[in-house]
Every structure is written in structure tokens, then in C-alpha cells.
Design a protein around this ligand. Structure first.
Ligand SMILES: Cc1cc2nc3c(=O)[nH]c(=O)nc-3n(C[C@H](O)[C@H](O)[C@H](O)COP(=O)(O)O)c2cc1C
Length: 222
């Protein structure tokens, strides 16, 4: 397969929640995980480990932990949709249905990658501020995004979830993750059941890029 243009991959990498149960070959897994390891991290400490869960019983247990979390989250999320205009509401409801599908079928997904981070090696430079820290995540989520984009390039779909982090003690026990390591993402990987990818839907750059001071548009509205 010819390498995919980077901008095309960025423009079309969507969350793929409907995945075939077919196994993911080792060479593909090696390729996408190697791409994940090319990510930057504070001080180049590379505080990550990628725990690939293929064992059917462990996947089943991860699904048992995830499903109730997802149901609680989606109940609250769906309740907030009633105020939306019909078209936006229909779109959100489609997303929730596909996320329901992922949650119900998580154990059938061939690979779940649990991304772990070594907490002492995180460069948390904003920890002293009176707000939630966000900088620590910058040493791990670039690797997660590399992984997702690499999946796109080789024809795999990926769905990122973070809800399972709430069940970290149970996940750590299940997967024998040692003390000092945290879970920061769970990715379902597999071949897309349907089309999978396509153009992403995002706010236009004109709305989110400023020049010199907050709120001053960098680019004129189209
Ligand atoms: C931090 C984070 C957590 C997410 N958690 C979930 C999740 O628990 N379940 C799920 O189905 N999708 C999850 N997603 C996927 C988002 O719903 C998705 O990226 C977003 O709706 C945009 O859709 P797209 O990726 O298809 O363009 C998560 C994404 C991020 C970045």
C-alpha cells in the first residue's frame, strides 16, 4: 500500500467504532505502534507503554468495566441533546448509536490497546497553577494521536476512549499494571466494518485562530 498523504490522513481520520472481529496481523501492529513511539514527550522521556490486549477473556472483562460507564455517560449526554436543532440532534444521536455499538461489542474488537504512562516521568510544568493540570497529558497524547493516524494510513480503524480510566484500579489489577503507572487511553483497533473514515467535522479555522490578541481573527470569515 502506498503511503498516505499526511494532510489527507489528518482530514479524514475519524473515530471508527464499528470494527470487524478479524485479527490484526503482527506486522501492522508493529508498524502502528512504532509510529506511536515516534511522538515527542517532555525531555524525550518517552513515558509510555502500550499494552495490547488480545486475550478474549481480558477483552470481555474490559467490556464489562466499560459498558456501565458508557451507559451512564451516554444517558447524560443524550439528555442534553433535546435542545439541539433537528439536524444537529440527528447527527449526535448517530454518534451515540455508534458509541453504543462499540461499548456493546468491545469484547469482539480484536485488539484493545491500553496506553499507560509512567507518572514520575511526566513533565507536569503547570502543576502549581490554581486550575486542573493539562500539560502532563502533552507527554502522552501525541503518541496516542500518532497511533490513530498510523492506523488510518494502514487501513485500520481506531476508537479512542478515556472513560475506562475511571476504573483504573480494576484495569491495573486485570492487566497486572504495576504501581506508578497510570492508564490514559484505551483504543479499540481493528479493520473497519463499513467505510470507516471520511472527512471530519470541525469548527472552521477562521473561528479558532486569533492574531496578536484573544478574539482578533487571524483569517477573515469566509
Ligand atoms: C479524550 C477523548 C475521549 C473520548 N472518549 C470516547 C468514548 O469513551 N467513547 C467513544 O465512543 N468515543 C470517544 N471519543 C471519541 C470522540 O467522541 C470523537 O473523537 C469526537 O466525537 C469527534 O468525532 P470523530 O473522531 O469521528 O471526528 C473520545 C475522544 C477523545 C479525544
Amino acid at each position: 500500500m502506498a503511503d498516505m498523504d499526511l494532510f489527507e490522513a489528518l482530514r479524514t481520520t475519524r473515530t471508527v467504532r464499528r470494527l470487524k472481529p478479524d485479527p490484526v496481523p503482527d506486522d501492522l501492529l508493529r508498524k502502528v505502534l512504532t509510529a506511536a513511539t515516534w511522538a515527542p514527550s517532555g525531555g524525550n522521556r518517552q513515558p509510555w507503554r502500550f499494552l495490547v490486549v488480545r486475550d478474549a477473556e481480558r477483552r470481555r472483562q474490559l467490556r464489562e468495566l466499560y459498558l456501565p460507564l458508557w451507559r451512564t455517560f451516554s444517558g447524560a449526554y443524550t439528555a442534553r441533546l433535546s435542545g439541539l436543532p433537528p439536524e444537529a440532534r440527528a447527527r449526535e444521536e448517530r454518534m451515540v448509536r455508534s458509541a453504543d455499538h462499540l461499548a456493546e461489542h468491545l469484547h469482539e474488537v480484536p485488539v484493545i490497546v491500553v496506553v499507560c504512562v509512567h507518572l514520575p516521568e511526566l513533565a507536569i510544568t503547570d502543576g502549581a497553577l490554581d486550575r486542573p493540570s493539562v500539560v502532563g497529558g502533552a507527554s502522552i497524547y501525541p503518541a496516542v494521536q500518532n497511533l490513530i493516524l498510523a492506523c488510518r494510513a494502514v487501513g485500520l480503524g481506531a476508537a479512542l476512549t478515556t472513560l475506562l480510566c475511571l476504573k483504573e484500579p480494576e484495569v491495573n489489577a486485570l492487566l497486572e499494571i504495576p504501581a506508578g503507572w497510570a492508564t490514559c487511553a484505551h483504543l479499540a483497533l481493528g479493520f473497519p466494518e463499513r467505510g470507516g473514515h471520511g472527512p471530519v467535522r470541525r469548527k472552521p479555522v477562521e473561528r479558532v485562530a486569533f492574531l496578536d490578541r484573544w478574539g482578533q481573527p487571524l483569517f477573515p470569515a469566509p
